[in-house]
Write a protein of this length. Structure first.
Ligand code: 13P
Length: 251
């Protein structure tokens, strides 16, 4: 049985007081109940340090939304893996479609970031997904295959147990238009098959593959009940403690 992982990608939302408020609500709402899943929150950089102290000794783990692959130096505006580690991050989202489309990140850059995260002791949540045009052009699988093959280049089978892949169809992000459980399952199964051919069946079987794209309390359960869907990467619905908790409970 693979573990289920629910992660909240806050994106560019919540200043420091708002972050404190949301985390406090989340932690008290989750209470001491034993969960069947791992829970991760990914607030913006300025809130990470405070978030780390708030989630200490709770079930909630901390992730960042991006990082750069260099150790340090003249890279204005960027943050390093070691900076994220030092404030208490365990995870880092890499290759999100908003980074790819709005900030011009390509597969090669994402691959460098994934490698750096791994050597620095961070666990990447590596995002892949096709645009609407690509889906309608019937090239979804080619796109996913390219993103995964390039993104995971030179990454060993050993390191694969520290990577989560998040399948996020771009057309489903923030649009309210979720992939149907069948559409998502088809791509998740494809990704698992691809990992099996790139690595081995056992690496593929233990890989956590999250679905992201308009996951809400009312569709989470059905998505999460698919054989190859091992969790969700939640955007909008993680910004309210109640709805994020409902999704966590659905897992
Ligand atoms: P939404 O849940 O708002 O569609 O965002 C999904 C996402 O991009 C998570 O990384």
């Amino acid at each position: 049985m693979r573990r289920k992982v629910i992660a909240g990608n806050w994106k560019m939302n919540n200043n420091l007081p708002e972050s404190q408020n949301l985390i406090t609500k989340l932690i008290s709402g989750l209470g001491n109940e034993k969960l069947n899943c791992e829970v991760i929150i990914c607030p913006p950089f300025p809130s990470l340090s405070e978030a780390a102290s708030l989630v200490k000794n709770t079930v909630v783990k901390l992730g960042a939304q991006n990082m750069y692959f260099e150790d340090s130096g003249a890279f204005t505006g960027e943050v390093s893996a070691s900076m994220l580690k030092s404030v208490g991050c365990e995870y880092v989202i890499l290759g999100h479609s908003e980074r790819r489309t709005l900030f011009g990140e390509n597969d090669q850059l994402i691959n460098k970031k994934i490698k750096k995260a791994l050597t620095s002791g961070l666990k990447p949540i590596f995002c892949v997904g096709e645009t609407l045009q690509e889906r309608e052009g019937n090239v979804t699988k080619n796109v996913i295959k390219r993103q995964i093959t390039e993104g995971l280049k030179e990454i060993s089978a050993n390191d694969m147990d520290r990577i989560i892949i998040a399948y996020e169809p771009v057309w489903a992000i923030g649009t309210g238009k979720t992939a149907t459980p069948e559409q998502a399952e088809e791509v998740h199964a494809f990704i698992r098959g691809l990992i099996s051919s790139l690595y081995s069946q056992s690496v593929a079987e233990s890989l956590v593959i999250q679905y992201g794209g308009s996951v809400k309390p009312d569709n989470a359960k059905e998505l999460l009940s698919q054989k190859n869907i091992d969790g969700s990467l939640v955007g909008g619905a993680c910004l309210k403690a109640d709805s994020f908790i409902s999704i966590i409970k659905a897992a």
